[in-house]
Ligand binder design. Structure first.
Ligand code: ISJ
Ligand code: GLN
Length: 750
């Protein structure tokens, strides 16, 4: 970087769009270097110390109000810096509101809040808008400013909200100081001319700098100590443990067989799925657009890895022993990265994504731990179930339904006998069609269902909306647990009720991300439609996220065209989806840097019981870094994007805090992710929705229902300012029913 590269300080108010703004600045301002610092991590004195090194400051959007010191932090002081410290500043949304109120404008709530909605702007064609004709502006705000008796400020753009809000200020400038700001989000993927607006800001900033003959100081280590290294940084590297670098990696040995029909259930039962005792894992593509089905062939030496967020150690368990390893200061994510780095393997079939590796789930609270470490969990008093529950799969079967091929694989040395015996078992299963075990079991008798309390849920929706009206969040994914109890099998009966449940679920609600994960004491049965994150193997890993937002129940008369009208034609549904797309772009940018692209915006996809609105976002690390095979980009993205944005809302941090206080219960396995991380470096994780889970101990502990097993089925939906409480309750129930149909047809709510 040349020494005269402009340095920009981006002050972040804990928004979920900040990295989108940082990336836009990097593209709009030639050679610029962006440092990002949170608004409560730098004092006014430190700000004054750093200013001589900076060319400009950019103020991010954010939750809350600029009138609230805790929400705005140091930002409120930047507008009132002494004359000799002044420098060009560009504010976005909360940033505009802060500028406005510091110079006398009043701050009001919008009558009709605008979250993820697109407005056409009227503007002066000057300053920020020079050379730009039409602007489509994405808005995420509940508050707005009114310029009365504030002669220092001049309005540059408006949105005409008609009867809803009248004319709303969309951009302004200070008449004598180099301060400009916009109320809308130029960094949103659906805003037009974002680059040009920032470019114009930069032109204005440079003009002002020249007219003042302001010069910036060359960067120093002291300056870096205040605001840290520039973004994107190099936090990505998990170096391989030294001792491993020279060790030859194991080679995956694979046997390939063709088969036109793969009897998943029979194959699983042949390797132990039907008995309750042994652990068992399977990730099944039970519906389009899924392609691969992955079956773990576990054995006595398979290593189980579990960890709870209230612990400082990780458990490694095989059938005969458990070892506890202290995590020290590294934390579980780095520990797992090291584990995988020392289990890398070569030589698998390039055309299949899984050669062996970790399979299992990560809870919602594991994601919270990184995002809001100080949040005290609701269930922290009781002994927590594992937040990380994984098994290292070194023998596996992968079925590629597109190519009609089955791959039997082993990472173990000298494992030919096992490979041969499994191949011959499979051959027998392929030859015999329609065995009795592939019949779908009958539904459970006497299933009792405890739905969430409707009144409470409706009240929570109203409370959520109050936060949305106040500007604390733009969208909140509210959820609630349903509990189902079914008769427990006797001790003599070794058959697995959860496997029966899975067989019914895959028949009644087949899904691209179906899964059966029995890692005692916890079992997860899933029919998830939603991929969270997949990453191709290193080097050159590409990360793909596929958020779903927008749901329509299938039924008579609901053709694709009708569903499209109800989804793409709905301002509310598109707004919900857009918000998550922008949030996910931010999450991805935060790890990979600039190279993030929306590949599909709001596509309508068909599932067994619902139509869904789905977007696809991809990102990768650019340049030389991308060629490093020790760079676990996908794992970093998973860590920094958990819990999935479609399960939280935006801005993520404030939204999860609000949800935590509203829901009054930990989500546990629900709302987290399940999937795999392959020994080749690739991975695929789905969102744990349309799923249910149980913990063995709870059956034992439950004195009221000693002979019953209890399943928890979480469900919810995104609450926005436009939400109708009854409709949201209905949507949550539709999602509950998609899984409930595996237990019972006629549930009687308790
Ligand atoms: C919260 C759930 O689903 C999430 C919310 C959706 C929505 O609001 O439309 C859609 C898919 C999921 O991201 C759930 O299934 O429980
Ligand atoms: N996106 C934003 O910065 C929003 C600002 C403020 N919290 C509002 O809702 O109006």
């Amino acid at each position: 970087m040349p020494d005269d590269s402009p340095r920009i300080l981006l002050i972040d108010s804990y928004d979920s769009f900040t990295y989108n703004l940082a990336s836009l600045c990097r593209r709009a301002i030639p050679n610029c270097i962006v440092h990002i610092v949170e608004n409560d991590k730098i004092s006014v004195d430190q700000l004054v110390d750093i200013i001589p090194y900076l060319s400009a400051i950019v103020i991010s959007p954010g939750p809350g109000s600029p009138a609230n010191d805790e929400d705005i932090g140091v930002v409120k002081h930047v507008w009132k810096l002494a004359e000799e410290h002044i420098l060009p500043i560009f504010g976005v949304c909360l940033g505009l509101q802060s500028l406005a109120i510091e110079f006398g404008a009043s701050l009001r709530r919008l009558n009709a809040v605008k979250h993820g909605q697109i407005s056409h702007l009227d503007h002066t064609g000057q300053e920020l808008f020079e050379g730009i004709s039409n602007i489509e502006a994405v808005r995420y705000h509940s508050l707005h400013v009114v310029l009365e008796d504030c002669p220092d400020l001049q309005c540059l753009a408006w949105a005409d909200d008609g009867e809803e809000n009248g004319r709303v200020v969309m951009a302004l400038k200070h008449i004598s100081k180099p301060f400009w700001a916009v109320q809308y989000h130029p960094e949103s993927v659906r805003s037009s001319s974002g680059l040009e607006v920032i470019h114009n800001f930069w032109r204005l900033a440079e003009d002002w700098t020249i007219s003042r003959q302001r010069v910036t100081r060359p960067w120093t280590i002291e300056a870096e100590n205040i605001v840290g290294i520039p973004w994107p940084g190099v936090s990505l590297i998990f170096p391989e443990p030294k001792s491993q670098q020279f060790i030859t990696r194991p080679t995956v040995v694979t046997r390939v067989t063709e088969c036109s029909r793969f009897p998943v259930v029979d194959v699983c039962e042949a390797i132990g799925a039907a008995e309750e005792d042994p652990d068992f894992v399977m990730l099944e593509s039970a519906a389009q657009p899924g392609r691969f089905t992955i079956i773990g062939c576990l054995h006595d030496r398979s290593t189980r890895i579990s960890y709870s967020v209230t612990d400082d150690k990780v458990a490694l368990r095989t059938s005969d022993k458990t070892i506890w390893e202290p995590l020290g200061s590294d934390g579980i994510w780095t520990w797992l990265a090291r584990f995988m780095s020392s289990h890398r393997a070569n030589g698998g079939e390039p055309s299949i994504p899984f050669w062996g590796g970790l399979v299992g789930y990560l809870s919602y609270e594991l994601g919270l731990q990184g995002l809001t470490p100080n949040l005290s969990l609701h269930d922290s008093q009781v002994e927590r179930h594992s937040d990380v529950n994984l098994v290292f799969v070194d023998r596996s079967i992968v079925y590629d339904q597109l190519e009609g091929k089955v791959y039997v694989q082993s990472l173990l040395a000298d494992d030919q006998d096992w490979l041969s015996s499994i191949v011959s078992t499979l051959q027998q299963k392929f030859d015999r069609s329609n065995t009795s075990s592939s019949l779908v079991p009958p539904l459970f008798e006497n299933a009792t269902v405890k739905l969430p309390d409707k009144e409470t849920y409706i009240k929570q929706i109203q409370q959520a909306k109050e936060y949305l009206f106040a500007g604390d969040s733009y969208e909140l994914c509210l959820t609630a647990p349903t509990q189902i109890s079914i008769p427990k099998r006797t001790n003599e009966d070794k058959s697995s009720s959860s496997w029966d449940l899975y067989k019914i679920l895959r028949d009644r609600n087949p899904a691209p991300h179906s899964a059966y994960i029995r890692l005692h004491p916890s079992t997860l049965v899933s029919s998830s439609p939603e991929r969270f994150l997949s990453y191709s193997r290193t080097p050159g890993s590409v990360c793909q996220l596929r958020p779903i937002k927008g749901t329509v129940r299938k039924g008579p008369g609901i053709s694709r065209a009708v569903a499209e009208e109800a989804l793409i034609g709905s301002k509310k549904e598109v707004a919900e989806n857009l918000m998550i797309v922008d949030l996910i772009r931010h999450d991805l940018h935060g790890v990979v840097g600039d190279d993030v692209e929306v590949k599909q915006f709001c596509g309508v996809e068909e599932y067994e019981t619902v139509w869904q609105l789905v977007s696809v976002i991809e990102g990768k690390v650019a340049g030389e870094m991308s060629m490093r095979s020790d760079l676990d980009v996908g794992w970093e993205v998973l860590q920094h994007s958990s819990p999935p944005g479609s399960m939280t809302g935006a801005p993520k941090k404030r939204s999860v805090e609000i949800l935590h206080s509203l829901e009054n219960k930990d989500r546990g396995v629900y709302s987290g992710v399940f999937g795999y991380w392959c020994v080749s470096g690739g991975g695929d994780w789905s969102v744990t929705i349309r799923s249910c889970f149980k913990h063995d101990e709870e059956d034992k502990a439950s004195s009221e229902l000693p002979s019953r097993e209890v399943w928890t089925l979480g469900a919810g939906g995104a609450i926005t300012a436009l939400s109708d409480a009854e409709a949201e309750w209905e949507e949550m129930i539709i999602k509950v029913e998609s899984v409930l149909r595996a237990f019972t047809d006629n549930y009687r709510a308790l």
